[in-house]
Design a protein around this ligand. Structure first.
Ligand code: UD1
Length: 385
């Protein structure tokens, strides 16, 4: 009999944090299935959207993700080029392997490209981190999220807002499962590692974080913030002002590094370093007095760690980090960013709590469902394609 095969897709840095625990949990459940006489297999496909050593390989190593079974090596390009190249390469893979399910995570170009290629071939699609909405269609990620959710057969949701968003878009409730947050599975596992006796951060991170002073951590890479001088300059200005109060560590995304160089911006006391791995990043963030970011993942990680976070964006698709967590949605107005940072630095940061099911077991919930499907104990709504 043909094995029951799940293809797990990852392409860009934030994806790797999400597939690591899912791959582990699915492989554990595949063991259980095999013991019960069902041949359940898990394949990992890397699209190659991110390819630098410090944007990709280091994550596979640190997060103990098995080597991909297939690497599509698509690389960078315009949105249309990159998405099309991933679709073409992934379609070839699909035609050879014909998995029963394709599992995609997050909201990057690899997510929608692989979901779309699979769906067109009649392969079922599961989306992890479904239902998040910024309601800002100028964000490429929002387009990717909405389209992926619209064609997914199974939708795994991290927070209550996701359920409501999917309901209002008419997604059948039987397809939607609130499982919590797989990124927090990774966070909690990594936390045990960085707090363990064998861990030592890289010399750069150690020198910055372990010198007895309080510090902030910054990440900034959204095209809407960094691509144009008119938007980056005021943000850079207020960050330079905050840097006069507290040293800022800034692991710089390649996109942002290029723009800072192009616009001739000065470092102004902000410590620019190359992108760091997940363990170094966690080490830096857990010791920080404040995180400044436009990333989606860091909003969630700081909430899980109870570290104050100022989000430099006008909206968030992760509202629970604001309503329950430690996140301040400051927007891009320098005065608002400064006010939020000052409130935190003066010791008045709001106290957050941890959202439901962000407990380290989200991947197991997902894998359990797939085990049931493999064992044919559960059929999924919307079976027809
Ligand atoms: C992508 C995701 C974004 C995610 C981010 C995390 C989309 C639409 N965007 O944005 O949601 O938050 O990843 O990092 O999928 N580059 C390198 N080395 C690499 C990868 C990229 O130098 O390994 C440079 C290239 O010049 C490339 C640029 O970074 O053109 C942008 O990369 P791309 O994957 O297109 O988008 P990101 O900005 O990384």
């Amino acid at each position: 009999m043909k094995p029951f095969t799940i293809a797990l897709v990852a392409g860009a840095r934030p994806n790797f944090m999400k597939i690591a625990p899912i791959a582990r949990a699915l492989r554990e459940r595949a063991e259980a299935a095999r013991e019960a006489g069902v041949d359940m297999r898990v394949s990992i496909v890397h699209t190659g959207q991110h390819y630098d050593e410090n944007m990709s390989k280091v994550f596979f190593r640190e997060l103990e993700i098995p080597e991909p079974d297939r690497h599509l090596e698509v690389g960078s390009g315009s949105h249309a080029e990159q998405t099309a190249r991933i679709m073409m390469a992934f379609e070839k893979y699909l035609l050879q392997v014909m998995p029963d399910w394709v599992v995609v995570v997050g909201d990057v170009n690899s997510t929608i490209a692989c979901a779309l290629a699979a769906k067109k071939l009649g392969v079922k699609v599961a989306h992890v981190e479904a239902g998040l909405r910024s309601f800002d269609m100028s964000m490429p990620e929002e387009i990717n999220r909405k389209l992926t959710d619209a064609i997914s057969d199974l939708l795994f949701v991290t927070e209550e807002s996701g359920v409501q968003n999917l309901r209002s878009e008419g997604v059948a409730t039987e397809k939607v499962f609130v499982v919590g947050n797989v990124m927090i599975d990774t966070l909690l596992r990594n936390l045990a590692k960085v707090e363990g006796p064998d861990f030592s951060p890289s010399p750069t991170v150690k020198a910055f974080c372990d010198n007895g002073h309080r510090y902030a951590v910054l990440t900034l890479h959204r095209p809407s913030n960094v691509d144009r001088r008119e938007t980056l300059a005021p943000i850079w200005g207020v960050l330079s002002e905050i840097a006069r109060r507290i040293p800022i560590l800034f692991p710089v995304h390649p996109r942002t590094r290029g723009k800072i160089r192009e616009f001739g911006m000065k470092e102004n006391g902000i410590a620019l370093v190359d992108p760091v791995g997940s363990l170094d990043m966690l080490y830096a963030v857990k010791g920080a007095a404040l995180v400044l970011t436009d990333s989606g993942g860091l909003q969630e990680e700081t909430t899980a760690l109870g570290i104050p976070c100022v989000t430099i964006r006008e909206n968030t698709e992760r509202p629970v980090t604001v309503t329950m967590g430690t996140n301040y949605l400051a927007g891009t107005d320098p005065a608002m960013i400064l006010a939020a940072a000052n409130e935190i630095l003066e010791g008045n940061a709001k106290k957050g709590s941890i959202p439901p099911l962000w407990d380290g077991n989200s991947s197991l919930r997902i894998a359990d469902l797939f085990l049931d499907i493999a064992m044919d104990r559960r059929s999924i709504a919307g079976e027809s394609h």
